[in-house]
Ligand binder design. Structure first.
Ligand code: GLU
Ligand code: ZN
Length: 297
């Protein structure tokens, strides 16, 4: 059984990049007679834009997407994440950390794929008392390897390239990495199709799945829109791209972006006809690894 999902963060309305991820995950689920679920990743309340979650659902509806189960909201699942954290605590896989950003910056000059590698200070010295606590997972130098259906075979050494990463932040928020792994497992997701901006997070998620004895998932990371010069497009530019077009034009653009070569008639077709076309023509193997586009600026 194939279970796919689309997991937007409501930091703003759907933009061209998120539409591409939605289309790809939807078409691939349909092509495999699978289920397609929508999960609202609204954990980071401070970064959320008021009304964006509803706006995204309305946009999805307007494009004719149909999801197979009730939408779940991560903001309502703290108890569940707390149980998972507890389980990791019992397995002695996590430890409290009270280091501030500055302390970490001053104590390490080892740079990983997205920030400084945490030098395990609180693992070797008792953490401060009366300071806000973050929870980190211990990592050891094991190589995580996976085969991405679009990007090919990839590997990452978590300890060397990421370090002991945070599962619960000092401000009390659960980290994306924990929530995504917990929810994918609980929703019985089998296949993840999402933007390649999350490629670097995948090894962390696989590592966590392994520690929690969860099933392995299949991954496919679709290209992230970049401009002709190769710079990743900002959310603003991508949002603009969605304002100026009708739903069928946008679906045409998204399918073209995904290497599906939709016929020009799609631009004037009904949504039903477009999804029908996808049903018989969608090919994951046509998706390019990277993609450059020109968009209205
Ligand atoms: N919520 C994430 C985002 O919008 C996607 C998470 C995922 O698909 O794993 O970037
Ligand atoms: Zn620390």
């Amino acid at each position: 059984m194939y279970v796919g999902r689309f997991a937007p963060s409501p930091t703003g309305p759907l933009h061209f990049g998120s539409l591409v991820a939605a289309v790809a995950s939807y078409c691939e689920a349909k092509a495999n007679q699978g289920l397609w679920l929508v999960r609202m990743e609204d954990l980071d309340r401070p970064r959320e834009m008021k009304g964006a979650a509803d706006a995204i659902l309305h946009q999805l509806e307007a494009f004719g997407f149909e999801w197979d189960s009730e939408v779940i909201y991560q903001s309502k699942r703290n108890e569940f994440y707390s149980e998972i954290l507890q389980q990791l605590k019992q397995q002695q896989l996590i430890y409290p950390c009270t280091c501030t950003r500055k302390e970490i910056a001053d104590s390490s000059n080892q740079i990983g794929i997205d920030s400084i590698i945490y030098p395990k200070t609180c693992l070797t010295h008792p953490p401060k008392t009366n300071a806000p606590i973050a929870w980190r997972i211990k990592t050891s130098p094991t190589l995580i390897k996976f085969n991405d259906a679009i990007q090919g075979s990839l590997e990452q050494n978590i300890a060397d390239q990421v370090g002991d990463f945070v599962l619960k932040r000092a401000d009390g928020l659960y980290a994306y990495q924990l929530a995504v792994v917990a929810d994918d497992a609980e929703q019985k997701i089998t296949h993840v199709v999402r933007g390649a901006d999350l490629l670097d997070s995948t090894s962390r998620q696989i590592y966590l799945q392994q520690q929690l004895n969860y099933n392995a998932l299949q991954y496919a990371h679709v290209p992230v829109a970049s401009n002709i010069a190769g710079d990743k497009l900002s959310k603003q530019t991508l949002a603009k791209a969605i304002e100026v077009h009708t739903a069928n034009h946008l679906l045409y653009d998204a399918l073209s972006f995904l290497g599906q070569h939709p016929p020009a008639e799609i631009k004037n077709a009904t949504l039903k006809e477009i999804w029908h076309w996808c049903g018989s023509n969608w090919q994951l193997t046509n998706i390019p690894k990277t993609r450059k586009i020109s968009v209205p600026s």
